[in-house]
Design a protein. Structure first.
Length: 459
């Protein structure tokens, strides 16, 4: 089998073997999958996205409440003074005063059920459901992107750690060379120019080590910031080659079908459509059923109970609202167009991001082979120059230059190795398959209280 994936896998295995020879690789336990899982469960951005999703879920419940009746209980007790034409005559006859003072009691129960609201409730249920789905996909998109960020800091730390080891090895070589030149100079077999040149290269090697350590601690700090844990015994990851697309066209097709950002845009469009349907509900009459009863006592200056029961179907039809309803309809139409344009922009961004990730993966993969050849050639040159220097066939400058070239070649290969790994994970992220490829389980709560229209389906 000679597919691009198989070739990539063989090159990755070969590359890892080269790294194990050229650069000591730490083994053990804090795996990439564990780091990503820790990150997505503790990251504030993801928790914020989850809270937004839960807010939308409650809005769906509120919208569905429009299908249900409203039941109200009222009660009251207090003092009432009445002075009306009908009450004055009776008051003069009974207590010689034109005013009637009574202790008033009220008790009422009413039930209202909407029978027709111009499709407002159904439109609001659909709208809020799609908004909930949009925020749910936003949550999964944030998890994918945060997972990629965790991968980058994980690999950057490993690269920085191995760069320190390379710098230490380079420094040890320069110390050895400087020691030899110093001994020769002390017994008169070496020149002071060679000694000063060797000392200068030694100083640069020490400077390179300090720079590498600085990068190491920066990478460690970034790791802790993202993962919320200190790095410890990181394990060399191997991307799931079976989930990598075989071509750019396949990658783009996969991204269009699976990328969470596009799912967000799709749900935003549907939510905007239903928002316009909600705005159009103002063009229809409202019809509701009212059932109620009042059990009052001493009302209106008349002693005794005053009870009534009602069962009414009522209609309310607004004939003119100053143009507000028409304007609201147009506003919703513009929001729909805005959502459609945002989808187009998201599509372009996804296609562009997938293309860039694929190109980086392909070209780094090709470049790494040449860098590997450079490392082998630089090592052979360094060994040959060292032997020839002992025989007086090479100058010290040649030897020092060969040492520096080998160091730079190894650094270049190390960078290419980790750049390729990051590029592979970028392709998986661009196609929406990053967390799936890592076998990272999403929390059950992310799937919501119910399955919403256009929402994430459980695997």
């Amino acid at each position: 089998m000679n597919t691009p994936i198989a070739q990539s896998l063989r090159k990755t295995i070969t590359a890892m073997a080269v790294v194990s020879v050229l650069v000591p690789v730490t083994t053990n336990a804090q795996t990439l999958e564990q780091a990503v899982a820790t990150t997505i469960t503790t990251n504030p951005t993801i928790r914020q996205a989850y809270s937004r999703f839960k807010v939308r879920e409650e809005q769906v419940v509120q919208a569905k409440a429009g299908y249900l009746p409203s039941l109200d209980l009222t009660a009251g007790y207090g003092w009432e003074q009445t002075d009306t034409p009908s009450s004055r005559a009776k008051a003069l006859a009974t207590n010689g005063d034109e005013k009637t003072d009574l202790n008033r009691r009220e008790l009422g129960l009413s039930l209202r059920q909407t029978l027709f609201d111009g499709f407002l409730t159904s439109s609001e249920v659909h709208r809020t459901s799609h908004e909930a789905s949009s925020d749910q996909w936003n949550l999964f998109a944030a998890a994918e992107d945060t997972g990629l960020e965790a991968i980058k800091v994980y690999l950057n730390f490993m690269e920085a750690d191995q760069e320190v080891q390379l710098a230490e090895k380079n420094l040890a070589r320069h110390q050895h060379i400087y020691g030899q030149i110093k001994q020769k100079t002390a017994i008169g077999l070496g020149s002071t120019a060679d000694l000063s040149q060797s000392r200068g290269r030694l100083a640069r090697a020490q400077s390179n080590l300090i720079a590498a350590k600085n990068n190491f601690f920066d990478a460690r700090s970034q790791f802790i910031k993202v993962v919320n844990q200190a790095p410890e015994d990181l394990h060399q990851p191997v991307p799931d080659a079976s989930m990598l697309p075989t071509s750019l066209d396949a990658a783009i097709a996969q991204a269009k079908a699976n990328h969470p950002t596009l799912k967000v845009a799709e749900n935003d469009i549907k939510a905007a459509k239903y928002q316009r349907e909600s705005a159009k509900s103002s063009y229809y009459p409202r019809v509701r059923l009212d059932l109620g009863g009042n059990w009052d006592e001493n009302v209106g200056g008349v002693e005794g109970h005053n009870n009534d029961l009602q069962a009414m179907v009522r209609m309310n039809y607004n004939l003119f609202s100053g143009g507000k309803d028409v304007s609201r309809d147009r506003e919703a139409a513009y929001k729909l167009v805005e959502a459609q344009e945002l989808e187009q922009r998201s599509m372009r961004d996804v296609v562009d991001g997938t293309t860039l990730a694929w190109n980086a993966y392909q070209f780094i993969n090709e470049q790494k082979g040449y860098i590997h050849d450079h490392v082998i050639a630089a090592k052979e040159t360094q060994s040959s120059y060292a032997q020839q220097f002992k025989l007086g066939q090479r100058s010290l400058l040649d030897v020092l230059d060969s040492e520096n070239e080998l160091f730079q070649a190894r650094k270049g290969y190390l960078k290419a190795e980790y750049d390729e790994l990051i590029a592979q994970y970028r392709v998986l992220n661009a196609t929406g398959e990053l967390l799936s490829s890592l076998r990272v389980t999403k929390p059950t709560a992310w799937y919501g209280e119910t399955m919403y229209e256009g929402g994430v389906k459980k695997a």
